[in-house]
Design a binder for this molecule. Sequence first.
Ligand SMILES: Cc1ncc(COP(=O)(O)O)c(C=O)c1O
Length: 353
Amino acid sequence: MNINLNNPIKPDLKKLTKYLEQVEDNAWYTNFGQLHQQLTERLEAYLGVQNLLLVNNGTSALQVAAKALSANGVVTTPFSFIATASALKWQGHKVLFSDVDGKSWNLAAPEAIELVNQQDGFDTIVATHVYGNPCDVELIEAQQPSGVNVIYDAAHAFGVRVAERSVLTFGDASTLSFHATKLFHTVEGGAICFKKKEHFDIAKRLINFAQHHGEIGINAKMNEYQAAVGLVNLDIIDDVLSHRTHLFETYTRLLKNDFILPEWHDKASKNGAYFVIGCASSEERSKIESALQENNIQSRRYFEPAINTQFEDADSMPIAEDRVSKVLCLPLHYYMTVQDVERVCKVLKESKL
Ligand SMILES: Cc1ncc(COP(=O)(O)O)c(C=O)c1O
């Protein structure tokens, strides 16, 4: 039997049809319709946030957040999905990388703050909660320089809390991806949670062409069909989160003595978005990958290569480049069983060098 890396939540089709009939009755398919409003309210309540703006994907969430905060140059992490940096580069921001912390694999906060302070024309930090593991949000909040905005790429951090506070309430904006491969999804989609209502208002205009406001906008709205999928999937999200977290804890228990695991923020909850291991070497990783493949188990090198190596003229980032050369992401999804996790771990232990 194959064990897939991922298997998106399949929305309940009966419930989905009911919502789609409602869309038809309303004859309102996009542009901030009723389902859009319902999903916004339910997500705000569920996640414990305010000023949540639904958008069409996690990439435009980053771009719109940066625009709404009037970002110029951006300091960001080399260890993330490529979109964290490429979305901003595409939009014309200058992008500088700052290396990660060797234990958490998240942007090393003091160095990033120092870099943004030193560089003329740089006024924004974009940090990813990689695999759902929060950055050092408390330190960044305490030491955020005036005139510098912080955007968190929280694409992996749905439902995560830091000392009972939603991780999405840190920083000036947090962006989410609701891509089908994410633990909560709307097929394609995303959201931005702003600290301030004024930035939410700007962003809401920007994603609807900013008509009549003397600004240049874009079309980044979520439509009613996407919102319908979100409403259906939200009904089972507690179950999804608890099952995935249980699988994550099982992996941790079985593998913590054999592999390097990213050190989790000590006050943060987990969401089971991803489970990754750090191998002792890239050779060990190759051996493990082959063994997994032979056993019909998928794995993926998330996130290799380091983003800085894909940008012309970017400095080398030794810690991130070392970590990505040994990282392996293991299967984890809602339809997996604890027995599946045990099977994966058995193969890993047997193939370890
Ligand atoms: C960290 C991170 N940022 C941004 C994105 C982009 O999100 P989307 O695919 O919804 O555009 C993703 C996921 O795909 C991601 O993993």
